[in-house]
Design a protein around this ligand. Structure first.
Ligand SMILES: C[S@@+](CC[C@H](N)C(=O)[O-])C[C@H]1O[C@@H](n2cnc3c(N)ncnc32)[C@H](O)[C@@H]1O
Length: 302
C-alpha cells in the first residue's frame, strides 16, 4: 500500500457529496448521471439519471469480459452492479472513508486497493480496467502505463469522463484532461480505439442542477451565516473579510456567478465514453514512466 499525503480538498469534496447524497437524496453514485430528454432537470430525478448512466456504462462492456478493475470506485455501487451481473470486480480508491463503505457493500469477494491508481503494484491481470468519472483525477501517463500492464491480452480500457475541449478560452470550470493531449498520448500506447461516444448533451444538465443548488441553497446559507457572525463578532468578521478577500472573491466567481452552467459545460468540456482494446504493439512502445519498485499487492483474481 502506498504512503499518502493528507486528504486533498477534492477528496474531501467527494466524501461530503457521498455523505449528503446518500443521506438526503438516496443517491448511490458520485457521477453526473445520464439525462435523457424525458427526465426533467430536477434533483428528484438525479437518482434516475445516475441509474441510467450506470446502465449505459454496463451495457457497453464488451462480451468476453469476466474480470474488472474499477478505478476510483467511489461508493462502490457500480462495482456492486457489475458483481450482481456475474463479473468479478476489484476496486481502487484512495479514500479510506469511502472504502469502509465499499467493503461493507461488496464483502470479501472483492479486493480494494486503498491507494491512488498511479501507485498500485500487483501481479493480477484484468479483462477490463474501468474509469467512471475518475480518469480526470489521475496522472495520464502513469495511469496508461499501469493499465497496459494490468490488462490481459485483448483486454479493454473503458474511460467515461469529462475532457477539456481544444479552445484558447477557458471557463472557470476545472476538471478534465485536455482531449487532444489525451488522444495524442494514446498513440504511444498499444491500444486500439473501439468506441468513442460523445455524451456531453446527456451529462451537461447536471451542471444546471449544481448551479441552482449553489445559488438557491449554498449562497443564501452562507450569507445568513456571515450576517450572523458579522453582528455577533463584528471586529473578527471584518478582519476575516479583509484577510480572505481574494479567496472570497474567487469562490464567488467560481461557484455563485452562474459560470458552471450546462451552457458553459457544453462550450468548454466534452464528456466522452471511450473504449479501447489492448493490442500488441508493432514496435516496442515507449514507456513514458519508469517502473516503481514497490512490492506487489494481493487481489481477488489470482
Ligand atoms: C467523481 S468520483 C466517481 C466515483 C465512481 N466511479 C462513480 O462513477 O460514481 C471520482 C473517484 O475517483 C477517486 N480518485 C481520485 N483520485 C484518484 C486516483 N489518483 N486514483 C484512483 N482513484 C482516484 C475518488 O476517490 C472517487 O472515488
Amino acid at each position: 500500500m502506498s504512503k499518502r499525503k493528507g486528504k486533498s480538498s477534492r477528496e474531501l469534496g467527494l466524501e461530503l457529496v457521498a455523505i449528503c447524497g446518500t443521506h438526503f437524496f438516496k443517491l448511490e453514485h458520485l457521477h453526473y448521471g445520464y439525462w435523457t430528454l424525458d427526465l426533467t432537470i430536477d434533483l428528484a430525478n438525479l437518482q434516475k439519471a445516475q441509474e441510467q448512466y450506470t446502465d449505459f456504462l454496463i451495457s457497453n462492456i464488451p462480451n468476453g469480459v469476466n474480470t474488472s478493475l474499477d478505478v476510483g470506485c467511489g461508493t462502490g455501487h457500480i462495482a456492486k452492479k457489475l458483481i450482481d451481473k456475474g463479473y468479478k470486480v476489484d476496486c481502487v480508491s484512495p479514500s479510506p472513508f469511502l472504502n469502509e463503505r465499499v467493503r461493507t457493500l461488496l464483502g470479501d469477494g472483492s479486493h480494494i486497493y486503498e491507494s491512488v491508481y498511479e501507485q498500485i503494484r500487483t501481479d493480477c491481470k484484468y479483462d477490463l480496467v474501468l474509469f467512471s468519472e475518475s480518469f480526470q483525477y489521475v496522472n495520464m501517463e502513469q495511469a496508461l502505463q499501469n493499465t497496459e500492464e494490468l490488462l490481459n491480452k485483448g483486454g479493454y480500457l473503458l474511460i467515461c469522463d469529462v475532457f477539456k475541449v481544444n479552445t484558447s478560452v477557458t471557463g472557470v470550470m476545472g476538471g478534465g484532461h485536455k482531449l487532444n493531449k489525451f488522444q495524442d498520448l494514446m498513440t504511444h500506447y498499444p491500444f486500439e480505439l473501439v468506441k468513442n461516444l460523445d455524451i456531453t448533451a446527456q451529462t451537461a444538465p447536471n451542471l444546471d442542477l449544481f448551479d441552482s443548488m449553489m445559488k438557491n441553497v449554498a449562497a443564501p446559507a452562507l450569507e445568513a451565516s456571515i450576517d450572523y457572525l458579522s453582528n455577533r463578532y463584528r471586529l473578527m468578521a471584518k478582519f476575516l473579510r479583509w484577510k480572505y478577500k481574494k479567496q472570497i472573491e474567487r469562490m464567488h466567481t467560481k461557484y455563485f456567478d452562474g459560470k458552471r452552467s450546462a451552457e458553459d459545460f457544453r462550450k468548454y468540456k466534452t464528456y466522452r465514453f471511450f473504449l479501447y482494446k489492448k493490442v500488441y504493439p508493432i514496435f516496442p512502445c515507449t514507456s513514458i514512466v519508469k517502473n516503481h519498485k514497490e512490492p506487489a499487492l494481493s487481489c481477488s483474481t489470482l
